[in-house]
Design a protein around this ligand. Structure first.
Ligand code: VG1
Ligand code: CO
Length: 547
């Protein structure tokens, strides 16, 4: 089979955002769009001849067709082996693990929590040999290359079968043999989980009547959760709901939050609720944790995992350090302080944790957006977080609610909420940010919401490992009592702009640890809306989603 060079014209809009390139499916599947971006990735990655590439996705509409094209382009760009999951399926953390087992890179096909289908979204992210999302220097170079390409390379391979587990050797003229290796998407990942958690104790917990519901939201984690929870851990059949991956996620929004995972939320807040509830997103890297009639905010979840880590075999030796994204609450900072380990504050997006993890400076990290992970892979990992919680519950023998309440009593509570305004016209969103930015210098020292502003800035990050810098990562207003208001624009949306407002206040008074979140944060929220002039500038009187 021969290699063809096909003429193309460049695309100027292929700049990856917070987590890869995300666009409407109709655009991604338009002629040459995917091909152009993939060629730009190969050109910038400059993989040595003979490299191995992992390719897989969350099974959304266009997953298979995209993988088919990527395999042919990989063969034409010097890759000699592609590893994919059966049917082209791989969760994001499982793909990260496979890359780390010896590949030179990977391409993950997903638009994560965004809806899929012909009218939904599609995405593609490049991960480096460490298994993590490529750094900003790489994604910027890809965007430049994508805007300048004039041709791409494709090999006319003999037919291959993405559903047949095993190695298929396909010949490429003038290059030699090219191998496609199709693996069980779950096996290696499940083995990794068994190496980290006390499966015997967790099996005993389920055998003792512990009940949970895991909502896979018709996305990628279904097969993983069936295998690990119902198979290896002996949870009763029916523990996993919506466990069959569908190309359109059953028409749903595969975002594990209180709004979109409503079936799960109804169970956990209803009569006869199970002990524990959890959900993951489209590509399996996010997690939502629920107890009976109880919601754990992702920022608190990270803090609880850090505080209890040594109960879990994989982390029994303790933590080297922790990290959180800037808008994530400082709950984990308090735990790090108590443990005497460093805590790093990074910009939003998992790629910023990569260097810290590679350098062994952190063991756990997380984001407020339902993302938690560790040095076991280089992506956040939804099912891993769920197993971590089950392991802690098995050791402590307490409910989720008791564990969190004891945590607040010991470390204090960081009340937290996030308001998302989706689909705002870009001009209006930019005007809100410009209006805020213009005030930053005047805010320190002023009184707002009954507090005093300590500092206000546009968050800039300097990577402590390689010294690279990233500017304009979100506007922060920091108060002397630890409260914060943060404003940033999303980098994962595909329609207009999304404004995110993050509000936090710290409470250590034992009499005030159990207020409704809306009450505890009421004054700060009102102030944030006033200072930003958000409602007048966007015409929005309420957010699309409140977390
Ligand atoms: C959002 C979250 C961010 C997360 C990113 C990718 O980005 O806020 O914390 O890393 O999604 O998550 P943004 O730019 O829209 O705020 V995933 O699960 O979509 O890969
Ligand atoms: Co995701």
């Amino acid at each position: 089979m021969s290699i063809r060079t096909i003429t193309t014209s460049p695309f100027a809009d292929q700049r990856p955002g917070t987590s890869g390139l995300r666009k409407r499916t109709a655009l991604f599947s338009a002629p040459r769009y995917l091909e152009n971006f993939v060629q730009a990735l190969f050109d910038v990655a400059a993989l040595p001849v003979g490299s191995t590439l992992v390719v897989g996705g969350d099974g959304r509409f266009f997953n298979r067709e995209a993988i088919d094209t990527i395999i042919r382009m990989a063969a034409a760009n010097g890759v000699s082996r592609v590893i994919s999951g059966r049917g082209g399926l791989l969760s994001t953390p499982a793909a990260s693990h496979l890359i780390r087992q010896g590949a030179q890179g990977g391409m993950i096909l997903s638009a994560s929590h965004n809806p899929g289908g012909p009218d939904g979204d599609f995405g593609l992210k490049y991960n480096s040999a460490n298994g993590g999302p490529a750094p900003e220097s790489f994604t910027n170079a890809v965007a430049d290359r994508a805007g300048a390409l004039t041709s791409y390379r494709l090999a006319d391979l003999a037919p291959f079968d993405l559903d047949a587990i095993g190695v298929q050797v396909l010949d490429v003229d003038g290059v030699g043999p090219f191998a496609l290796e199709v693996v069980d998407p779950v096996a290696a990942y499940a083995t990794l989980m068994e190496s980290l958690f006390d499966f015997a104790a967790m099996r005993a917990l389920f055998a003792g009547g512990f009940r949970m519901t895991f909502d896979a939201m018709h996305a990628i984690t279904g097969p993983y959760a069936h295998d690990i929870l119902e198979g290896r851990l002996g949870a009763p059949a029916g523990t996993v709901i919506n466990g069959v991956p569908l190309t359109d996620f059953g028409g749903g929004h595969p975002d594990p939050n209180l709004t979109y995972a409503h079936e799960l939320v109804e169970q956990l807040f209803g009569a006869d609720a199970p002990d524990f509830g959890a959900a993951s997103d489209g590509d399996g890297d996010r997690n939502m944790i629920l107890g009976r009639h109880f919601f754990v905010t992702p920022s608190d979840s990270l803090a609880v995992l850090a505080a209890n880590a040594t109960m879990v075999p994989g982390y029994a030796r303790g933590l080297a350090g922790v990290a959180r994204s800037m808008p994530t609450s400082a709950a984990v900072d308090v735990v790090a302080d108590a443990l005497g380990v460093p805590c790093f504050e990074t910009p939003t997006g998992w790629k910023f944790f990569g260097n810290l993890l590679d350098a062994g400076r952190i063991t756990l990290c997380g984001e407020e957006s339902f993302g938690t992970g560790s040095d076991h892979v280089r992506e956040k990992d939804g099912l891993w977080a769920v197993l971590f919680w089950i392991n802690i519950i098995a050791v402590r023998g307490q409910s989720v609610e008791t564990i969190v309440h004891e945590h607040w009593a010991r470390y204090g509570r960081n009340y937290y909420t996030r308001y998302d305004y989706e689909g705002v016209p870009s001009e209006a969103a930019n005007s809100v940010m410009a209006h805020l930015r213009a005030q930053l210098a005047t805010l320190p020292g002023t009184a707002l919401a009954g507090r005093t502003v300590r500092a206000a800035d546009d968050f800039a990050y300097r990577d402590p490992v390689d010294g690279s810098t990233s500017a304009k990562q979100g506007l922060r207003v920091l108060f002397t009592d630890g409260a914060r208001m943060i404003f940033r624009l999303s980098g994962t949306g595909t329609e207009g702009a999304t404004i995110r407002v993050y509000i936090e206040s710290r409470e250590t008074n034992p009499a005030r640890l159990n207020l409704p979140v809306a009450e505890a944060l009421h004054d700060l929220v009102t102030t944030a809306l006033t200072v930003s002039d958000l409602e007048a500038r966007t015409g929005r009187t309420s957010p699309t989603v409140i977390t």
